[in-house]
Design a protein around this ligand. Structure first.
Ligand code: ME8
Length: 510
């Protein structure tokens, strides 16, 4: 049976001001989804928008629109941005979608009927920008510990979810599933900051505003936006409906990709909701770091904001994808500047990848009129090189499994770098002067073609357009994930005038 793979991004608050940092969760999820699809998995990739809550209600009011009109207007912006970044999602869920709304209402009712949600009174502190409840002791200098802004005192009748009832089960689960929260540092943070002090029951409804999913049996309450939002991962698949084939096939998720500030919701609240619903938990929650600019998050007010589409138009989608994937190491923050983006394009994409393809096609044309076959004349150096080609896929598989995307790219670029070094060591231009070395020269070029072919396949999930350019230039249909070992009998016939994959760029500040 074909193996399945289910991956999700966070669903974004609709915004007209998405910045390059926002794109990371989605580009990383897209690359992994593409990887798994190419690797033969029946893959489902979910993204979408998180449209309810007080924050959106306020913004709509400021814009003089109803919340629905406001979100309708700007959600297209997200879809357009994802299109420009080549994001291959299977569904874009909106939490205002009818099916989602109805299922969330059923989930709430089910949890209420079985006693996991109960009615009480909420007295406490609320951060509206984060849509988060806090206790006095969790505040940092009296402000929201996540965003540093003021919190408001709220006091209202509310429904509560019994987090405390499931605390022990969750602790045991985290303990016995070492891959559930990645990276390890985030796991420790969750245990020490939230589980050890003890979980308090969570307020899961609000009455002081109305932009949310109504509680069916008590209509003055709307469902807490995070309960609504987190449920998207199962509502999108038809959970609790007659059409639940996708749910049966894809749940549990293989990985939820989330930014580090929302790991808490995904590894404490979400698993407890799932336990209460008697559903299996996702296999992995990956809390990635942020793209930051000179120590700050990117924002319009700080003046370090540009629409990501400007970078795509200027430098190409693959360069933008590569930059964010490569620059944010596993779980850590990465730095963004346009200059750093240009440096990456020059140092890795143009100088290593582009240059290798270009010079190899040039030599194939110069020495063999573009036609290169394997003459099987191998010395130690060639055998070592071939071995590097043969181990690439399994090395990269391992990194993808551990969600170490930046390291996966390093592995692939290491082979590209080794290929350039192999050329410099073997010096085809010297071999070309010796008639007796013709077969060896052709074998060497063949080996390099193989490295270009295999790295081209492996780079497809990350930089799909440039990878297909490689295959247009080297003309082979051995370009699938089952062709990632050295093949010895391809008859290469390359293009006459290779088009550079990437142009070197001289950086000029605007
Ligand atoms: O949190 N670098 O939505 P959101 C990297 N609606 N990632 C960044 C970033 C940066 N500079 N800035 C933001 C929400 N992100 C909720 C999710 S899921 C059930 C509900 C990431 O629009 C951020 O970490 O505020 C998060 O993963 C994603 O963008 C969406 O953030």
């Amino acid at each position: 049976m074909q193996k399945k793979f289910y991956i999700t991004t966070p669903i974004y608050y609709p915004s007209a001001n998405f910045h390059i940092g926002h794109c990371y969760s989605t580009i990383i999820a897209d690359s992994i989804a593409r990887y798994k699809r190419l690797d033969g998995y029946d893959t489902y990739f979910l993204t979408g928008s998180d449209e309810h809550g007080q924050k959106i209600e306020k913004k709509a009011e400021e814009a003089g629109l109803s919340p629905k009109d406001y979100v309708d207007k700007i959600v297209e912006n997200a879809k357009d941005l994802w299109k420009s970044l080549g994001i291959t999602y299977d569904r874009f869920i909106r939490t205002t979608d009818k099916d989602h709304v109805e299922i969330v209402q059923k989930i709430f009712k089910k949890l209420y009927d079985q006693g996991d949600i109960y009615k009480g009174e909420y007295k406490g502190l609320y951060c509206t920008p984060c849509e988060s409840f806090w206790t006095e002791t969790q505040l940092v200098n009296g402000k929201c510990p996540d965003c540093g802004r003021d919190v408001q005192e709220v006091s209202e009748e509310a429904y509560f979810l019994r987090l405390s009832k499931y605390q022990k089960r969750l602790e045991e689960y985290i303990d016995s599933h070492s891959d559930f929260i990645l990276p390890e540092s985030r796991k420790n943070e969750m245990i020490n900051n939230f589980l050890k002090p003890g979980l308090e029951d969570l307020c899961v409804s609000r009455t002081s505003f109305s932009w949310g999913i109504p509680v069916t049996f008590d209509e003055k309450h709307v469902i807490y936006v995070w309960l609504d939002a987190l449920s998207n991962y199962i509502t999108a698949l038809g959970y609790l409906t007659d059409d639940d084939e996708k749910f049966k096939k894809y749940w549990p998720a293989d990985v939820h990709i989330v930014g580090k500030e929302i790991v808490r919701f995904h590894t404490i609240i979400w698993p407890i909701i799932l336990m209460a619903l008697d559903l299996p938990l996702p296999h992995k929650v990956f809390g990635h770091g942020w793209l930051i600019v000179e120590g700050n998050k990117i924002s319009k007010s700080l003046g370090n904001y540009k629409d990501p589409r400007e970078y795509v138009d200027k430098y190409g989608v693959d360069a933008v994808r590569y930059f964010v994937l490569r620059e944010i190491p596993f779980g850590n923050d990465g730095n963004f500047s346009e200059e750093a983006l240009v440096n990456r394009i020059n140092s890795d994409l143009a100088n290593i990848w582009g240059n290798l393809v270009n010079r190899t096609i040039g030599m194939a044309n110069k020495y063999f009129d573009g036609k290169v076959t394997n003459k099987n004349v191998l010395e130690n150096i060639d055998e070592e090189f071939i071995e590097k080609i043969n181990v690439l896929k399994s090395n990269v598989d391992e990194k993808i499994e551990g969600l170490q995307i930046s390291k996966a790219l390093e592995d692939i670029f290491e082979l590209l770098r080794s290929s350039n070094k192999y050329i410099d060591d073997v010096m085809p231009w010297v071999l070309a002067k010796d008639e007796e070395k013709r077969d060896y020269l052709e074998t060497v070029l063949y080996n390099i073609m193989e490295a270009i072919r295999v790295t081209g396949i492996m780079l497809k999930p990350f930089m799909p357009n440039s990878a297909s350019k490689v295959f247009e230039q080297i003309n082979t249909d051995k370009n699938t994930f089952s062709d990632t070992k050295y093949i010895s009998d391809i008859e290469y016939d390359v293009v006459k005038t290779p088009e550079p994959l990437f142009q070197r760029i001289v950086y000029k500040q605007d």
